[in-house]
Design a protein around this ligand. Structure first.
Ligand code: FAQ
Length: 319
Protein backbone atom coordinates (compact mmCIF):
# COMPACT_ATOMS: atom_id res chain seq x y z
CA UNK A 1 0.00 0.00 0.00
CA UNK A 2 1.25 3.47 -0.90
CA UNK A 3 1.94 5.54 2.20
CA UNK A 4 2.54 9.21 2.64
CA UNK A 5 6.17 8.46 3.53
CA UNK A 6 6.73 6.93 0.08
CA UNK A 7 5.90 10.22 -1.56
CA UNK A 8 8.24 13.14 -1.91
CA UNK A 9 7.13 16.50 -0.62
CA UNK A 10 6.96 17.69 -4.19
CA UNK A 11 4.65 14.83 -5.20
CA UNK A 12 2.37 15.61 -2.27
CA UNK A 13 2.28 19.24 -3.31
CA UNK A 14 1.47 18.36 -6.92
CA UNK A 15 -1.22 15.95 -5.75
CA UNK A 16 -2.88 18.69 -3.71
CA UNK A 17 -2.82 21.03 -6.68
CA UNK A 18 -4.30 18.34 -8.94
CA UNK A 19 -7.05 17.58 -6.41
CA UNK A 20 -7.93 21.22 -5.78
CA UNK A 21 -6.73 21.07 -2.17
CA UNK A 22 -5.54 24.47 -1.00
CA UNK A 23 -1.90 25.01 -0.13
CA UNK A 24 -1.59 26.53 3.35
CA UNK A 25 1.28 28.58 4.86
CA UNK A 26 2.87 25.70 6.79
CA UNK A 27 2.71 23.25 3.87
CA UNK A 28 5.81 22.47 1.87
CA UNK A 29 5.83 24.32 -1.46
CA UNK A 30 8.40 24.75 -4.24
CA UNK A 31 10.55 27.87 -3.86
CA UNK A 32 9.36 29.17 -7.20
CA UNK A 33 5.68 28.76 -6.20
CA UNK A 34 6.39 30.80 -3.06
CA UNK A 35 8.27 33.46 -5.04
CA UNK A 36 5.53 33.76 -7.65
CA UNK A 37 2.92 34.20 -4.95
CA UNK A 38 4.92 36.82 -3.06
CA UNK A 39 5.41 38.68 -6.34
CA UNK A 40 1.77 38.56 -7.39
CA UNK A 41 0.17 39.13 -3.97
CA UNK A 42 2.51 41.97 -2.99
CA UNK A 43 2.03 43.66 -6.37
CA UNK A 44 -1.69 43.25 -5.92
CA UNK A 45 -1.45 44.83 -2.43
CA UNK A 46 0.62 47.73 -3.78
CA UNK A 47 -1.98 48.26 -6.52
CA UNK A 48 -4.74 48.61 -3.94
CA UNK A 49 -2.70 51.10 -1.91
CA UNK A 50 -1.48 53.19 -4.86
CA UNK A 51 -4.98 52.80 -6.33
CA UNK A 52 -6.30 55.01 -3.53
CA UNK A 53 -4.48 58.03 -4.97
CA UNK A 54 -6.29 58.77 -8.28
CA UNK A 55 -9.67 58.62 -6.52
CA UNK A 56 -8.42 60.30 -3.35
CA UNK A 57 -7.71 63.27 -5.61
CA UNK A 58 -11.48 63.87 -5.90
CA UNK A 59 -12.64 63.41 -2.30
CA UNK A 60 -12.59 67.14 -1.57
CA UNK A 61 -14.18 67.96 -4.93
CA UNK A 62 -16.97 65.35 -5.09
CA UNK A 63 -20.14 67.07 -6.40
CA UNK A 64 -22.31 66.37 -3.33
CA UNK A 65 -22.09 65.26 0.29
CA UNK A 66 -23.52 61.86 -0.68
CA UNK A 67 -20.94 61.36 -3.45
CA UNK A 68 -18.19 62.42 -1.08
CA UNK A 69 -19.25 59.94 1.61
CA UNK A 70 -19.44 57.11 -0.93
CA UNK A 71 -16.04 57.93 -2.41
CA UNK A 72 -14.42 58.21 1.02
CA UNK A 73 -15.76 54.81 1.93
CA UNK A 74 -14.61 53.26 -1.36
CA UNK A 75 -11.08 54.59 -0.91
CA UNK A 76 -11.03 53.21 2.64
CA UNK A 77 -12.12 49.83 1.26
CA UNK A 78 -9.11 49.85 -1.06
CA UNK A 79 -6.84 50.47 1.94
CA UNK A 80 -8.44 47.46 3.65
CA UNK A 81 -7.83 45.31 0.56
CA UNK A 82 -4.18 46.32 0.58
CA UNK A 83 -3.88 45.31 4.24
CA UNK A 84 -5.48 41.87 3.80
CA UNK A 85 -3.20 41.27 0.85
CA UNK A 86 -0.04 42.32 2.71
CA UNK A 87 -1.10 39.93 5.49
CA UNK A 88 -1.61 37.12 2.96
CA UNK A 89 1.86 37.77 1.51
CA UNK A 90 3.39 37.84 5.00
CA UNK A 91 2.23 34.24 5.55
CA UNK A 92 4.77 33.30 2.87
CA UNK A 93 7.63 34.56 5.02
CA UNK A 94 8.22 38.03 3.63
CA UNK A 95 7.96 41.07 5.88
CA UNK A 96 5.68 44.01 5.27
CA UNK A 97 8.65 46.37 5.67
CA UNK A 98 10.45 44.56 2.87
CA UNK A 99 7.41 44.74 0.57
CA UNK A 100 6.89 48.43 1.27
CA UNK A 101 10.60 49.17 0.72
CA UNK A 102 10.39 47.37 -2.61
CA UNK A 103 7.44 49.53 -3.64
CA UNK A 104 9.15 52.74 -2.58
CA UNK A 105 12.46 51.88 -4.25
CA UNK A 106 10.71 51.07 -7.54
CA UNK A 107 11.72 47.39 -7.36
CA UNK A 108 8.15 46.13 -7.02
CA UNK A 109 5.49 46.78 -9.60
CA UNK A 110 1.88 47.87 -9.13
CA UNK A 111 -0.91 48.05 -11.66
CA UNK A 112 -0.18 50.31 -14.64
CA UNK A 113 -3.71 51.74 -14.47
CA UNK A 114 -3.01 53.87 -11.41
CA UNK A 115 -0.41 55.95 -13.24
CA UNK A 116 -3.08 57.82 -15.19
CA UNK A 117 -4.53 61.12 -13.92
CA UNK A 118 -8.14 61.74 -12.90
CA UNK A 119 -8.94 64.93 -14.80
CA UNK A 120 -12.69 65.24 -14.23
CA UNK A 121 -15.40 63.87 -11.93
CA UNK A 122 -16.39 61.49 -14.74
CA UNK A 123 -13.01 59.80 -14.30
CA UNK A 124 -14.22 58.66 -10.87
CA UNK A 125 -17.25 57.06 -12.53
CA UNK A 126 -15.01 55.52 -15.20
CA UNK A 127 -12.63 54.07 -12.59
CA UNK A 128 -15.49 52.46 -10.65
CA UNK A 129 -17.19 51.15 -13.76
CA UNK A 130 -14.16 50.08 -15.82
CA UNK A 131 -11.22 49.61 -13.44
CA UNK A 132 -13.24 47.90 -10.71
CA UNK A 133 -15.01 45.96 -13.47
CA UNK A 134 -11.64 44.70 -14.72
CA UNK A 135 -10.50 44.03 -11.14
CA UNK A 136 -13.59 41.85 -10.56
CA UNK A 137 -13.11 39.98 -13.83
CA UNK A 138 -9.54 39.21 -12.77
CA UNK A 139 -10.18 38.57 -9.08
CA UNK A 140 -13.33 36.46 -8.95
CA UNK A 141 -11.38 33.50 -10.41
CA UNK A 142 -8.68 34.17 -7.78
CA UNK A 143 -11.21 33.05 -5.12
CA UNK A 144 -10.28 29.60 -6.48
CA UNK A 145 -6.53 30.26 -6.51
CA UNK A 146 -4.47 27.44 -5.03
CA UNK A 147 -2.98 29.35 -2.07
CA UNK A 148 -5.43 29.42 0.86
CA UNK A 149 -4.80 32.86 2.43
CA UNK A 150 -4.89 34.59 -0.98
CA UNK A 151 -8.09 32.82 -2.00
CA UNK A 152 -9.82 33.70 1.28
CA UNK A 153 -8.76 37.36 1.08
CA UNK A 154 -10.33 37.51 -2.37
CA UNK A 155 -13.81 36.62 -1.12
CA UNK A 156 -14.31 39.85 0.77
CA UNK A 157 -12.33 41.92 -1.73
CA UNK A 158 -14.59 40.78 -4.56
CA UNK A 159 -17.78 41.54 -2.63
CA UNK A 160 -16.57 45.08 -2.02
CA UNK A 161 -15.32 45.53 -5.60
CA UNK A 162 -18.78 44.57 -6.88
CA UNK A 163 -20.30 47.37 -4.87
CA UNK A 164 -17.60 49.71 -6.17
CA UNK A 165 -18.40 48.83 -9.73
CA UNK A 166 -22.09 49.49 -9.24
CA UNK A 167 -21.37 52.93 -7.81
CA UNK A 168 -19.10 53.73 -10.77
CA UNK A 169 -21.77 52.63 -13.23
CA UNK A 170 -24.32 54.74 -11.38
CA UNK A 171 -22.10 57.84 -11.63
CA UNK A 172 -21.74 57.20 -15.37
CA UNK A 173 -25.50 56.68 -15.76
CA UNK A 174 -26.24 59.94 -13.95
CA UNK A 175 -23.82 61.82 -16.20
CA UNK A 176 -25.10 60.12 -19.36
CA UNK A 177 -28.70 61.02 -18.51
CA UNK A 178 -27.75 64.58 -17.57
CA UNK A 179 -26.97 67.72 -19.59
CA UNK A 180 -25.07 67.41 -22.89
CA UNK A 181 -21.94 68.72 -21.14
CA UNK A 182 -22.18 65.90 -18.58
CA UNK A 183 -22.65 63.26 -21.28
CA UNK A 184 -19.62 64.69 -23.10
CA UNK A 185 -17.58 64.51 -19.89
CA UNK A 186 -18.58 60.83 -19.49
CA UNK A 187 -17.59 60.02 -23.08
CA UNK A 188 -14.23 61.78 -22.67
CA UNK A 189 -13.50 59.84 -19.48
CA UNK A 190 -14.49 56.61 -21.24
CA UNK A 191 -12.10 57.46 -24.10
CA UNK A 192 -9.27 58.05 -21.60
CA UNK A 193 -9.77 54.91 -19.51
CA UNK A 194 -10.84 52.22 -22.00
CA UNK A 195 -7.44 51.28 -23.41
CA UNK A 196 -5.46 51.56 -20.14
CA UNK A 197 -8.12 49.31 -18.56
CA UNK A 198 -7.56 46.65 -21.24
CA UNK A 199 -3.84 46.84 -20.36
CA UNK A 200 -4.59 46.00 -16.71
CA UNK A 201 -4.97 42.32 -17.66
CA UNK A 202 -1.26 42.18 -18.49
CA UNK A 203 0.66 41.45 -21.70
CA UNK A 204 -0.64 39.20 -24.48
CA UNK A 205 -0.41 35.51 -23.57
CA UNK A 206 2.49 34.87 -25.91
CA UNK A 207 4.42 37.71 -24.23
CA UNK A 208 3.49 36.81 -20.65
CA UNK A 209 6.44 34.98 -19.06
CA UNK A 210 4.53 33.92 -15.92
CA UNK A 211 1.16 32.73 -17.18
CA UNK A 212 2.01 29.18 -18.19
CA UNK A 213 3.53 28.14 -14.86
CA UNK A 214 0.96 30.09 -12.83
CA UNK A 215 -1.84 28.29 -14.69
CA UNK A 216 -0.17 24.93 -14.02
CA UNK A 217 0.00 25.72 -10.31
CA UNK A 218 -3.57 27.06 -10.42
CA UNK A 219 -2.44 30.41 -9.07
CA UNK A 220 -4.05 31.92 -12.16
CA UNK A 221 -7.23 30.28 -13.44
CA UNK A 222 -7.46 32.11 -16.76
CA UNK A 223 -4.86 33.65 -19.04
CA UNK A 224 -4.49 37.40 -19.52
CA UNK A 225 -6.08 37.30 -22.99
CA UNK A 226 -9.00 35.13 -21.85
CA UNK A 227 -9.89 37.61 -19.12
CA UNK A 228 -9.42 40.60 -21.43
CA UNK A 229 -11.83 39.05 -23.96
CA UNK A 230 -14.44 38.36 -21.27
CA UNK A 231 -14.11 41.93 -20.08
CA UNK A 232 -14.66 43.40 -23.56
CA UNK A 233 -17.70 41.13 -24.04
CA UNK A 234 -19.15 42.23 -20.71
CA UNK A 235 -18.50 45.96 -21.13
CA UNK A 236 -19.63 46.65 -24.69
CA UNK A 237 -23.35 46.07 -23.94
CA UNK A 238 -23.01 48.22 -20.79
CA UNK A 239 -21.47 51.04 -22.85
CA UNK A 240 -24.34 50.71 -25.34
CA UNK A 241 -26.84 50.90 -22.50
CA UNK A 242 -25.19 54.12 -21.31
CA UNK A 243 -25.26 55.49 -24.85
CA UNK A 244 -21.46 55.74 -24.96
CA UNK A 245 -19.25 54.89 -27.93
CA UNK A 246 -16.41 52.44 -27.37
CA UNK A 247 -13.29 54.27 -28.60
CA UNK A 248 -12.23 51.43 -30.90
CA UNK A 249 -12.93 51.61 -34.63
CA UNK A 250 -12.05 47.90 -35.01
CA UNK A 251 -14.60 46.68 -32.47
CA UNK A 252 -16.90 44.19 -34.16
CA UNK A 253 -19.11 41.28 -33.09
CA UNK A 254 -17.66 37.98 -34.24
CA UNK A 255 -20.35 35.34 -34.53
CA UNK A 256 -17.90 32.49 -34.91
CA UNK A 257 -16.14 33.10 -31.63
CA UNK A 258 -19.30 34.45 -30.01
CA UNK A 259 -17.45 37.50 -28.76
CA UNK A 260 -16.12 40.86 -29.92
CA UNK A 261 -13.04 41.38 -32.04
CA UNK A 262 -11.25 44.45 -30.80
CA UNK A 263 -8.37 46.64 -31.95
CA UNK A 264 -4.71 46.40 -31.03
CA UNK A 265 -3.70 47.49 -27.56
CA UNK A 266 -0.74 49.90 -27.59
CA UNK A 267 1.77 47.63 -25.88
CA UNK A 268 4.52 50.19 -26.21
CA UNK A 269 2.50 52.55 -24.02
CA UNK A 270 1.86 49.70 -21.53
CA UNK A 271 5.56 48.82 -21.11
CA UNK A 272 6.48 52.46 -20.92
CA UNK A 273 4.06 52.93 -18.00
CA UNK A 274 5.20 49.69 -16.32
CA UNK A 275 8.83 50.86 -16.56
CA UNK A 276 7.98 54.03 -14.63
CA UNK A 277 7.41 56.53 -17.41
CA UNK A 278 3.63 56.92 -17.31
CA UNK A 279 1.97 60.30 -16.71
CA UNK A 280 1.85 59.95 -12.91
CA UNK A 281 4.38 57.24 -11.88
CA UNK A 282 6.79 59.59 -10.12
CA UNK A 283 4.03 61.51 -8.42
CA UNK A 284 2.39 58.30 -7.14
CA UNK A 285 5.58 56.93 -5.59
CA UNK A 286 6.60 60.29 -4.12
CA UNK A 287 3.16 60.61 -2.51
CA UNK A 288 3.40 57.10 -1.01
CA UNK A 289 6.94 57.69 0.31
CA UNK A 290 5.89 61.02 1.87
CA UNK A 291 2.83 59.41 3.51
CA UNK A 292 5.02 56.61 4.88
CA UNK A 293 7.58 59.04 6.29
CA UNK A 294 4.91 61.27 7.81
CA UNK A 295 3.27 58.20 9.39
CA UNK A 296 6.50 57.10 11.14
CA UNK A 297 5.36 58.59 14.46
CA UNK A 298 2.15 56.51 14.37
CA UNK A 299 4.13 53.29 13.88
CA UNK A 300 6.57 54.27 16.65
CA UNK A 301 3.74 55.15 19.05
CA UNK A 302 1.94 51.86 18.30
CA UNK A 303 5.15 49.90 18.92
CA UNK A 304 5.86 51.76 22.19
CA UNK A 305 2.29 51.08 23.34
CA UNK A 306 2.53 47.37 22.42
CA UNK A 307 5.89 47.02 24.21
CA UNK A 308 4.58 48.76 27.33
CA UNK A 309 1.56 46.46 27.43
CA UNK A 310 3.70 43.36 26.94
CA UNK A 311 5.99 44.49 29.78
CA UNK A 312 3.01 45.06 32.11
CA UNK A 313 1.59 41.62 31.26
CA UNK A 314 4.97 40.01 31.99
CA UNK A 315 5.24 41.85 35.32
CA UNK A 316 1.73 40.71 36.30
CA UNK A 317 2.67 37.10 35.62
CA UNK A 318 5.82 37.37 37.78
CA UNK A 319 3.89 38.96 40.69
N1 FAQ B 1 0.63 46.70 -14.52
O1 FAQ B 1 3.74 37.37 -17.01
P1 FAQ B 1 2.71 38.39 -16.69
C1 FAQ B 1 -7.51 46.97 -8.46
C2 FAQ B 1 3.83 42.77 -15.14
S1 FAQ B 1 -6.25 45.87 -8.18
C3 FAQ B 1 1.92 46.58 -14.12
O2 FAQ B 1 1.44 38.32 -17.41
P2 FAQ B 1 1.41 37.73 -14.19
C4 FAQ B 1 -8.38 47.37 -7.31
C5 FAQ B 1 3.85 41.51 -14.30
O3 FAQ B 1 3.82 41.83 -12.93
C6 FAQ B 1 -5.36 45.77 -9.71
N2 FAQ B 1 2.64 45.46 -14.33
O4 FAQ B 1 2.50 38.47 -15.10
C7 FAQ B 1 -8.73 48.80 -7.39
C8 FAQ B 1 5.14 40.89 -14.77
O5 FAQ B 1 6.25 41.52 -14.15
P3 FAQ B 1 7.20 40.77 -13.05
C9 FAQ B 1 -4.24 44.83 -9.60
C10 FAQ B 1 2.02 44.44 -14.96
O6 FAQ B 1 1.70 38.09 -12.79
C11 FAQ B 1 -9.71 49.26 -8.26
C12 FAQ B 1 5.20 41.26 -16.22
O7 FAQ B 1 4.37 42.40 -16.38
N3 FAQ B 1 -4.72 43.49 -9.69
O8 FAQ B 1 -7.63 47.35 -9.56
C13 FAQ B 1 0.69 44.51 -15.39
O9 FAQ B 1 1.31 36.29 -14.54
C14 FAQ B 1 -10.03 50.61 -8.31
C15 FAQ B 1 4.76 40.13 -17.14
O10 FAQ B 1 3.34 39.85 -16.96
C16 FAQ B 1 -3.92 42.44 -9.43
O11 FAQ B 1 -2.76 42.60 -9.09
C17 FAQ B 1 -0.01 45.70 -15.15
N4 FAQ B 1 -1.28 45.89 -15.53
O12 FAQ B 1 0.01 38.40 -14.63
C18 FAQ B 1 -8.08 49.71 -6.55
C19 FAQ B 1 -4.58 41.09 -9.56
N5 FAQ B 1 0.38 43.35 -15.98
O13 FAQ B 1 6.38 40.66 -11.81
C20 FAQ B 1 -8.42 51.07 -6.59
C21 FAQ B 1 -3.62 39.95 -9.30
C22 FAQ B 1 1.47 42.58 -15.94
O14 FAQ B 1 7.51 39.41 -13.61
C23 FAQ B 1 -9.40 51.52 -7.48
N6 FAQ B 1 -2.60 39.85 -10.29
N7 FAQ B 1 2.46 43.25 -15.34
O15 FAQ B 1 8.37 41.68 -12.91
C24 FAQ B 1 -2.71 39.14 -11.46
O16 FAQ B 1 -3.73 38.56 -11.74
C25 FAQ B 1 -1.50 39.04 -12.32
O17 FAQ B 1 -0.37 39.38 -11.56
C26 FAQ B 1 -1.57 39.92 -13.61
C27 FAQ B 1 -0.24 39.77 -14.38
C28 FAQ B 1 -2.69 39.46 -14.50
C29 FAQ B 1 -1.75 41.39 -13.25
Amino acid sequence: METIIDKSLEELFEEKIANEIRIEPKDWMPDQYRKTLVRQISQHAHSEIVGMLPEGNWITRAPSLKRKAILLSKVQDEAGHGLYLYSAAETLGTSRDQMINDLHSGKAKYSSIFNYPTLSWADIGAIGWLVDGAAIMNQVPLIRTSYGPYARAMVRVCKEESFHQRQGFEIMMTLCNGAPAQKKMAQEAFNRWWWPTLMMFGPKDEESPNTEQSMRWKIKRFTNDELRQRFVDMMVPQAEFLGLTVPDKDLKWNEVKNGYDYGDVDWEEFWNVVKGNGPCNKDRINTRVKAHEEGAWVREAAMAHAEKRARREAEKQVA
